[in-house]
Design a protein around this ligand. Structure first.
Ligand code: PMP
Length: 436
């Protein structure tokens, strides 16, 4: 018998929060910056859904594109066949991607983009006659989805400890967060040397065994952790020197969130591959992608063991309706100039968030583009309690925020107005003042 209020229908039971299960907050409609609840209340979306609705909700161009595509060509097989929208979208993606990223492999989610990128990295080395390069390196507190490869390279112990050995031959770079905001406060490069841990891992195993390093250029879902300045540049240099593939997981940082199309551009570092999803279709239809340079693509596709032996792809890869949604989404970003808007609003966003400095329990505030985090001092023995209470109280006051541990994360749609930024921050001010 189905139990209508049991959210385990959406989340695996071991990730379900009991309070959500017994009291799910139901959204029944959304428009622009607002959700409508089952009770008919308007809730200001401070999180763009799950970091994905970057253009806001129910954008007419996207809705119409999906309807028109469904009425014209609903599905076309991804193998041996094709359809124009998938190619049009790939071309648009390459246009906005960092220079040199000329190819697109489609997936249906961020998790699948990660799995695909890891496999492509291994196949790339194999095609070049370096089959010994199989080791993968992630980073503590990195999040790369929920599938086997992603939780193996991911830096969240709780996500992998239930599943035995997972992928073997995986190392994790240490977490290197520096409190306070070096990026928007114009501080000098302080963190390049922190990437030297990669040199130590390479010395331990030998570069000839290492396939790829995967990092979020800015860790999103574990608390908006900005990279120390110079860190990504140094990772790029070391990986290049040792023939190691560098993958940026841009599932959150992609599509304007940090004030550029991709984090790679904002941070000024071009990896060999980028994984993306979420904002690719404005969160409306499941779709992800791996972007890569020709060197990766050509070796992968034309290497000694080509795709006839090495099959990889999904039934729904680049399907017409998702592709149409993606095209309409990118067009909406362009029309509204939303990537530039995120950058333009950054100073206002920064001032607003940092006005909460000194509020009760606040120990750190971070921001970039239109993403931000307010870290609270945890109650000893209850490391999520304070932020979760803030989430509940803010929701009651009509503002949706997100929490991870005792960190409040904010990532509003990029269409947000300054008055709505004020509302989020004022609400948080009231909520924080009332917390135990
Ligand atoms: N990588 C990163 C950096 C993410 O933030 C996420 C989702 N939050 C994923 C991968 C997984 O994406 P999905 O949930 O679409 O599988």
């Amino acid at each position: 018998k189905s139990r209508p209020n049991d959210l385990s229908a959406f989340w695996m039971p071991f990730t379900a929060n009991r309070q959500f299960k017994s009291n799910p907050r139901m959204f029944v409609a959304a428009d622009g910056m607002y959700y409508t609840t089952a009770e008919g209340r308007q809730v200001l979306d401070g999180t763009a859904g799950l970091w994905c609705c970057n253009a806001g909700h129910k954008r007419p161009r996207i809705v119409e594109a999906i309807q028109a595509q469904a009425a014209e060509l609903d599905y076309a097989p991804a193998f041996q066949m094709g359809h124009p929208r998938a190619f049009e979208l790939a071309n648009r993606l390459v246009e906005i991607a960092p220079d040199g990223m000329d190819h697109v492999f489609y997936t249906n989610s961020g998790s699948e983009a990660v799995e695909s990128a890891l496999k492509i990295a291994l196949a790339y080395h194999r095609a070049r006659g370096e089959a010994g390069r199989t080791r993968l390196i992630g980073r503590e507190r990195g999040y790369h989805g929920v599938n086997f490869g992603g939780i193996s390279v991911g830096g969240i112990v709780n996500n992998r400890k239930h599943f035995g050995t997972l992928l073997t031959g995986v190392d994790h770079l240490p977490h290197t967060h520096i409190p306070e905001n070096q990026w928007s406060r114009g501080m000098p490069e302080l963190g390049a040397h922190l990437a030297d841990d990669l040199e130590r891992i390479i010395a331990l195993h030998g570069a000839e065994t290492i396939a790829a390093v995967i990092v979020e250029p800015m860790a999103g879902s574990t608390g908006v952790l900005l990279p120390p300045k110079g860190y990504l540049q140094r990772l790029r240099k070391i990986t290049q020197d040792h023939g190691i593939v560098l993958i940026f997981d841009e599932v959150i940082t992609g599509f304007g969130r940090v004030g550029a199309a991709f984090g790679a551009q904002r941070f000024g570092v071009t990896p060999d591959m980028i994984t993306c999803a979420k904002g690719l279709t404005n969160g409306v239809i499941p779709m992800g992608a791996v972007l890569c340079g020709s060197h990766i693509h050509d070796a992968f596709m034309q290497g000694p063991e080509n795709l006839i032996e090495l099959f990889h792809g999904y039934t729904y890869s680049g399907n017409p309706i998702a592709s149409a949604a993606g095209l309409a989404t990118l067009e909406t970003y362009r029309e509204d100039d939303l990537f530039a808007r995120a950058l333009d609003l950054e100073p206002y966003w920064q001032e607003a968030l940092h006005s909460l400095k000194g509020a009760r329990h606040v120990i750190d505030i971070r921001n970039l583009g239109l993403i931000g985090a307010i870290e609270l001092e945890p109650i000893s023995g209850h490391p999520t309690k304070r932020a979760f209470q803030a989430f509940l109280d803010a929701y009651d006051k009509g503002v949706l925020i997100r929490t991870t541990g005792d960190i409040i994360a904010l990532s509003p749609p990029l269409i947000i107005e300054t008055a709505q930024i004020d509302r989020i921050v004022e609400t948080l001010g009231e909520v924080l003042a009332a917390l135990d």
